[in-house]
Design a protein around this ligand. Sequence first.
Ligand code: GLU
Length: 400
Amino acid sequence: MSYSISKRVKKILPSFTLQMATKAAEMRSQGIDVINFSVGEPDFNTPPHIINAAKKAMDDGFTKYTAGPGMIEFREAICEKLSRENALDYSPTEILVSNGEKHSLFNACQALINPGDEVVVFSPYWVSFPEFVKLSDGFPVIVKTDSENNFEPDFKDLKKKISPKIKCVIINSPSNPTGGVWRPESISRLLKIAKKFNWVVISDECYERLVYEGEFFSAEKLNRSEKIGASVVSCFSLSKTYAMTGWRIGYASGPEEIIKAMAKIQGQATSCANSISQKAGIVALTGDQECVQKMRGKFLERRNHMLLLLDKLNNVTCDKPKGAFYAFPNLNKYIGKRVNKKIIKDTFDISDYILESTKVVTVPGDGFGAPGYIRLSYATNKKNISEGISRIKLALDNIK
Ligand code: GLU
């Protein structure tokens, strides 16, 4: 062998969410009747007015590179949206359009983290957060959350882990995978700590429009209205709000110097975001928002349906997720028990066993730093939810 793969690749984990989604797609292509609760993506089609904007863009020949940070009309539309919905005033120079919000978060980490820097990540965390940090040669500092209290930060644990090496903190409310929505008091408390120790707050706000109880609070809005003065990079997605996961379009807003640094990284990696998706994005953000309310209404119905069914499972508890589209049941009581003469060691074993025995795809909580839990996406129809949970019940009832 005349080559070797970089140490960078070896030190990161694969994306468990994508791995499980790939498994589901493979099984389906083999004709297996699989129920997919793995990937977090709306099952709805992108609304027609957004699709038509993309078709028009192609017909008009809008198929070339755009400005690296994003076309000016799209960045203006983003500023209008941030002002209308988040009560935040930004100028286009403080906005970077990327190939999906995941890319925005990646760019933020690359632009801010130096080798050896530490970054606070709250667990349970979205699988990619610690890996973004490692890919930037930093170290994730995993801080606990309070499962009894919307999975809000455990400030005692945070205090114990504070060190001069910490450069950033990543937050995500509503949260993937827990569905927890943090109270504004907790976000403000964290912003004040970030200000005190000079940490940049990277706020993943991709589920901003999917809150079912209470209200969404943008970190930067609280930062400004309470005059806290922390540095915040906010990252937003069109994928979840407008059912546009495959279009790969998202954006970040923040201090101009950070946004410029992120744009420099992006310019050398992908040049710019997809031109057709940007044209569609303008229509998504400035057009009729009724589609968002309709999809949100469906997710709420599905959440309630899934919770009702989960409540009937033996030895399973599940807090009510207030946002996003994930249920995060605790199956800890099954760890250490046996099925088919094998001991269930962790939730990787539970997810594998459920998949093999009943063809239901879930994501193990261990992948999110949450042993004992599994993540179930309810971004699928009620019939699938009923069928999937009854199969999971059958599987769990065989564990002794
Ligand atoms: N954010 C989604 C999930 O957690 C999309 C997949 C991914 O990129 O991780 O399922």
